[in-house]
Design a protein around this ligand. Structure first.
Ligand SMILES: [Zn+2]
Ligand SMILES: [Zn+2]
Length: 288
């Protein structure tokens, strides 16, 4: 059975986060929806999964709240539930940057149709990936600049070291768009004057224009870890042990290590789902 996965966010004032958390959780549980939803006074950010009927009901219910009536959903289909349970959490920010940002001034949207045209016509435009290094390692837009950051809150440090003139045309992108909302607002605050953000992110782009400008797979924050967003996705990364082309991300099974590595199915068995022989020995209890 097909499982539908929804990704969505909206920056909108939510003053009753505690109350909304309860309502939301009850509703999801009664529907059998699984996933993770973050609430903050600045908005909502979520990823949920269920069958077709469940997610359609979820969309209607969320939109019945006037604050979310125009929320946009990105939808993917998978053969397995990417979540084990339903959680709703209250956070300070729905995407953590640790900076005071005026969300009233965000980068102008550029839609996939315009983006593909722009890349064709304007070689000067800078394509900037706002995601983390372990995400851009598995896939990115051709010629994109990828900051070597481990977490989004390091993005401001990257911008400090990013020595380009502030009127250069820049198009930024992330998985579904939420990070670019904040990253673009931050860059505008820093004086950049020609900032655009890819509307709907990588997921939206690759659904409309598969097998064009995207190289590799797309990292996702659920049990799948990577999503084959192009039908004939090229793999651009290698197994940590045998080095064959492989985009299967795994956390090393030695929980003290927990390294995020690429691991092919053969090496997963051979090394007990771990990143090294030493970690493998710990997993099978050879070393305590
Ligand atoms: Zn291998
Ligand atoms: Zn390890």
């Amino acid at each position: 059975m097909d499982i539908h996965i929804l990704l969505f966010y909206k920056f909108v004032e939510i003053s009753d986060t505690e109350n909304l958390k309860k309502i939301h959780l009850d509703f999801c549980n009664s529907l059998g929806i699984k996933g993770k939803v973050l609430l903050a006074t600045e908005g909502i950010n979520g990823s949920i999964s269920g069958n077709k009927e469940q997610v359609e009901k979820y969309k209607l219910e969320l939109k019945s709240d006037a604050r979310f009536k125009d929320i946009e959903f990105k939808e993917e289909i998978s053969s397995h539930h990417p979540f084990d349970k339903m959680v709703v959490k209250i956070k300070k920010e729905i995407i953590k940057l640790n900076k005071k940002i005026d969300m009233g001034k965000v980068g102008e949207y550029i839609y996939p149709e315009e983006f593909i045209k722009l890349i064709d016509e304007n070689k000067e435009v800078i394509i900037l990936d706002t995601r983390n290094d372990y995400e851009s390692n598995v896939g990115k837009f051709k010629n994109a600049i990828t900051p070597k950051i481990e977490a989004f809150r390091q993005f401001p440090e990257f911008i400090e070291s990013f020595k380009i003139s502030k009127d250069k045309p820049i198009v930024m992108y992330c998985t579904g768009g939420i990070r670019c909302e904040k990253a673009s607002a931050y860059m505008i605050q820093q004086g950049f004057t020609n900032i655009k953000q890819l509307h709907g992110g990588i997921i939206n782009f690759c659904q409309k224009f598969p097998n064009t400008l995207w190289e590799g797979s797309c990292f996702v924050f659920d049990k799948r870890l990577t999503s084959k967003i192009n039908q004939n996705s090229s793999v651009i990364t290698n197994c940590a042990h045998c080095e064959i082309l492989c985009d299967l991300y795994r956390n090393c099974k030695n929980i003290q290590c927990n390294n995020l590595i690429f691991l092919c199915n053969l090496c997963e068995k051979k090394f007990h789902a771990s990143c090294s022989e030493k970690c493998g020995d710990i997993v099978i209890n050879k070393i305590k």
